[in-house]
Design a binder for this molecule. Structure first.
Ligand code: MRU
Length: 364
C-alpha cells in the first residue's frame, strides 16, 4: 500500500546491505512514522514482544526473517532449533507465528548449514510474497460481499462497515485481511464508511486502523468500544468485518479482546459478521477455541495507562486508574463459530464450520 504516494510493504530488506530487516515502529503511530532496522534475532523478538510489529500474519513474516538473521550469526543445528524456539515464544495466540517458524524449520533442517542463510532469506521472502497475494485474494472475495450490500442501499447512503482492532496492511505484509475488501470497495467507487472501534487497551483501532484508512482516503469514524451495539440497534451497521489470530478447524475465531461482544451484538441484530483470514491463520489441530486457544495476558500497565499527544505536540503516557487498583489484561477472546456468518479466505468464502473449511481446503 502507499504512504504519501510511495508503495510500501510492512516488512522489507534493506536495499543496500540486502540482509537487515526494516519494519515500521507501530508503537509510534499515528503520531510518527518511524522505520526501524533490525539486525539480530533478539531485536526481532523484542519488536514482536513490544508490538513494534503486530498483527498475526506480520509477526509470522518478521519472525521468519528473524530466523534468517539468527543463522547469519550461527547456522548450526543447535542455533537453528534454539533461535526458532525463542522466536516462537514471543507471543502465544496468533498461530501464524508458529506456522511461519515451522515452515522455516521444515525448509532449513535438511539444508546443509553452509546453505542455510540463503535458504532462510529465500523462504522468508516467499512467506511474505504469499501473504501479500493471499490478502489480495481475500480482498476480492470480500469485495463481492460488499457489492451485494451496496445493491440493497438507497442511492447516496453509505455502506456502513464496522471493524475491530487493526487487520489492515500493517498487520500483514500487504493489503490486510479485514481491510483489503474495504480498500478495494473504496477504490472502485463504492460509498463505504467504516466505524472503527478504538480497541482498548492498546487502541489499535484509534491509532492504526484510523491512520491506515485516513492515509487511503477511506471515510471512517472512530468510536469507543462500547458504541457498536447501540449503532447496530439503530440500523447504522450493515456488516461487521474483522481479522483473526487463530481459527479452529471448526470455525471458532480468536481475535482482539472485544470481538466476541461485537459478534453477540451483531447476532442479536441480524447483522452479518464476517471474519477475513489467510489459511495460515487456521489451526487444524484445535477443535474448541474457547477451551484450547491460549489467550495472551499482557501487562496491567496497558490498562492503567493510556498514551496520547498533548496540546504541545509531544506524546505522553498518563495514568487513568487510582493508585493501587489492580488491572487484568486478556488480549484476545474467542468468538464461537455459531456467531460467525462466514469466513473470507484466499480461496473464497465458506461457513464457519468444519465442513465449510474442509470444502475450501480438502488437501489438509
Ligand atoms: O495484539 P495485536 O495487535 O497483534 O492483535 C491483532 C489482531 O487481533 C488482528 O485483528 C489480527 O491479528 C488479524 S491481523 C490481519
Amino acid at each position: 500500500m502507499k504512504i504519501n504516494g510511495t508503495p510500501y510493504r510492512s516488512v522489507w530488506l534493506n536495499e543496500k546491505d540486502g540482509w537487515s530487516v526494516h519494519i515500521f515502529d507501530q508503537t509510534r503511530l499515528p503520531f510518527s512514522l518511524d522505520i526501524l532496522r533490525l539486525t539480530t534475532p533478539q531485536a526481532v523478538a523484542h519488536a514482536i514482544c513490544t508490538m513494534q510489529v503486530r498483527g498475526a500474519p506480520l509477526i509470522g513474516a518478521v519472525a521468519a526473517y528473524g530466523l534468517a538473521l539468527a543463522l547469519r550469526e550461527d547456522a548450526s543445528d543447535t542455533s537453528l532449533e534454539n533461535q526458532a524456539s525463542m522466536l516462537a515464544a514471543t507471543r502465544p495466540t496468533a498461530i501464524n507465528l508458529r506456522w511461519a517458524i515451522e515452515r522455516m524449520l521444515t525448509r532449513l533442517r535438511p539444508t546443509p548449514p553452509a546453505q542455510r542463510v540463503a535458504a532462510a532469506y529465500e523462504e522468508a521472502g516467499r512467506i511474505c510474497d504469499e501473504d501479500a497475494a493471499q490478502n489480495e485474494a481475500i480482498g476480492h472475495y470480500g469485495l463481492a460481499l460488499i457489492r451485494e450490500i451496496a445493491k440493497t442501499k438507497k442511492a447516496g447512503s453509505p455502506i456502513n462497515l464496522l471493524t475491530h482492532c487493526n487487520a489492515g496492511w500493517i498487520a500483514t505484509v500487504d493489503w490486510g485481511t479485514a481491510l483489503a475488501p474495504i480498500y478495494m470497495a473504496h477504490d472502485e467507487g463504492l460509498n463505504v464508511h467504516v466505524w472503527v472501534d478504538e480497541t482498548r487497551p492498546r487502541n489499535q483501532g484509534a491509532a492504526l486502523t484510523a491512520w491506515e484508512l485516513g492515509s487511503h482516503g477511506v471515510p471512517h469514524t472512530v468510536i469507543v468500544d462500547n458504541a457498536g451495539g447501540h449503532l447496530m440497534q439503530h440500523g447504522q451497521v450493515d456488516m461487521v468485518i474483522v481479522g483473526t489470530d487463530r481459527v479452529t478447524r471448526t470455525g471458532d475465531v480468536a481475535n482482539k479482546i472485544g470481538t466476541y461482544l461485537k459478534a453477540l451484538a451483531a447476532h442479536d441484530n441480524a447483522i452479518p459478521f464476517w471474519v477475513a483470514l489467510p489459511s495460515t491463520t487456521i489451526d487444524w489441530t484445535v477443535a474448541d477455541g474457547v477451551q484450547e486457544i491460549p489467550i495472551e495476558e499482557r501487562a496491567a500497565s496497558e490498562v492503567t495507562h493510556v498514551s496520547g499527544k498533548t496540546a504541545e505536540g509531544s506524546v505522553a503516557r498518563v495514568q487513568i486508574t487510582p493508585d493501587g487498583s489492580s488491572a487484568a489484561n486478556p488480549a484476545f477472546d474467542v468468538t464461537p463459530a455459531r456467531l460467525v456468518t462466514g469466513l473470507i479466505t484466499e480461496r473464497g468464502t465458506c461457513p464457519a464450520t468444519a465442513q465449510g473449511l474442509r470444502s475450501l481446503f480438502p488437501e489438509i
